[in-house]
Design a protein around this ligand. Structure first.
Ligand SMILES: *Cc1c(COP(=O)(O)O)cnc(C)c1O
Length: 420
């Protein structure tokens, strides 16, 4: 498509956009009495209007039924989480039994490491990307130490080539081959939080398996953003948070995926709790653990239903829209933003550079030469919510569910004023 940097052109695209009506389903903060242009859905998604209704429903059931709400609430609490599995499985390309929601992301990564990182003296190394999200770095290092290994030796970081801003798949694959027999686990962020790169999860998973390793993915920036086929790619396990592209609310619950080949097995080490026990017999309070036949075997506690309510509300919308349609819009919207950035770059003196490679979802990371921090502050004051990363990067996520083409055009105008 031949893009144009005009308001008319942008509005035209909005009129043709089948998803444009979903913008009305979200609550936008205001700056100078106007809805902001929101580019930080990769950090915290906007609140869907129906989230409050779902939360209120739980609050009312709690008020009216108290303990009886476990079984007699509008949506009974004891199996509330089951409602999330099928729609969430459709978002990540899995079978419903492979997916569940529990705890928060870093907690889940630790719990999954219990099952899937089983190092011995010969096979103990983990491959991850350099400068992974800090929580993942701390998680991996502490797991390695917990098993008595030295993180310096056990953790192999994938590096970018000198002068390049992204990882090359061929380098990832050859590193996997090089570590070979010593490789116990590959655990990478499917979409890198910093440069927005999407890794070739299918190829990397296959290469990891070839080396005899387990392959897991942190999908914090991938779930609800890009096309995932976890089951077909034969991924072993994955986890993600729900408050970024999944719009479930601050710090909210995490989803996990466990390949069906691991389900129903008693020989897999796992930290266990009563909510992972066979649900038909859960309240018999028997002494011996009998795992649920699905991913719920990894559940520990009875979950926080109030926190699941907005997640369920959001999933209802994802199900209605479907990932195909979402990604179709995402590609055009992100390309339009890229076009606008390049147009602005031609017109102003201070230049910048897009770090994100063409393998991407809906995020562009922009490296600003010169006065980056002041541009960031200027944008925030002028109703454009972006995110700042040291040393000089702003990240822009044009989330297709609630960002418009006119937002991209308007952003270009604001940016141009700030740079000239
Ligand atoms: C956002 C994010 C996290 C956050 O973890 P929490 O446990 O939810 O605080 C972890 N890892 C990655 C890659 C992230 O992007």
């Amino acid at each position: 498509m031949q893009f144009e940097n005009t308001r008319t052109f942008a509005r035209n695209l909005d009129e043709q956009d089948k998803l444009s009506k979903y913008r009305e389903e979200f609550i936008f903060p205001k700056v100078n009495n106007k809805d902001v242009i929101y580019f930080t859905g990769n950090s915290l998604g906007l609140q869907p209007k129906n989230a409050r209704k779902y939360v209120d429903e739980v609050m009312e059931d709690w008020a009216e039924l108290a303990v009886e709400g476990h079984f007699y609430a509008e949506k009974p609490w004891w199996d509330y989480h089951e409602r999330l599995a099928a729609p969430l499985a459709r978002v990540v390309g899995a079978r419903a039994e492979e997916v569940t929601v529990m705890n928060t992301l870093t907690v889940n990564l630790h719990l999954l490491m219990v099952s899937f990182y089983r190092p011995d003296k010969k096979k103990f190394k983990i491959i991850c990307e350099e400068k992974a999200f800090p929580s993942d770095q701390y998680m991996l290092a502490s797991q390695v130490k917990f098993h008595g290994f030295d993180p310096k030796e056990a953790i192999v970081e994938l590096r970018k080539r000198d002068g390049e801003n992204y990882w090359r798949t061929e380098d990832v694959l050859s590193m996997i081959e090089e570590v070979g027999d010593e490789l116990a686990l590959v655990l990478i962020g499917g979409v890198n939080y910093y440069n927005g790169q999407v890794f070739d999860m299918k190829a990397i998973t296959a290469a990891g398996h070839n080396a005899g390793a387990v392959v897991g993915w942190d999908l914090a920036h991938a779930a609800g953003n890009i096309k995932l086929e976890l089951h077909d790619w034969d991924v072993d396990f994955a986890a993600w948070c729900s408050y970024k592209y999944m719009n479930s609310g601050p710090g909210n619950a995490s989803g996990i995926y466990i390949n069906e080949k691991y389900l129903g097995r008693k020989d897999i080490p796992r930290f266990e709790g009563w909510w992972g026990h066979n649900k038909e017999r859960r309240f018999l309070m028997e002494p011996t653990f009998e795992p649920m036949p699905n991913a719920e075997a990894w559940h520990l506690s009875n979950p926080s239903v109030i926190s699941f309510a907005p997640y369920l509300a959001s999933l209802k919308m994802f199900d209605e829209v479907g990932m195909e349609a979402l990604i179709e819009k995402s590609k055009v919207l992100t390309a339009y933003l890229e076009f606008i950035l390049n147009e602005v770059d031609k017109e102003v003196e201070a230049s910048f550079e897009i770090l994100t490679p063409k393998e991407r979802g809906c995020q562009l990371s922009v490296f600003l030469h010169g006065e980056g921090r002041s541009i960031f502050e200027y944008l925030m004051k002028n109703g454009v919510v972006v995110d700042w990363r040291e040393p000089n990067v702003i990240r822009l996520a044009p989330v297709p569910l609630y960002c418009s083409f006119e937002d991209m055009y308007e952003f270009g105008q604001v940016l141009k004023r700030g740079l000239s």
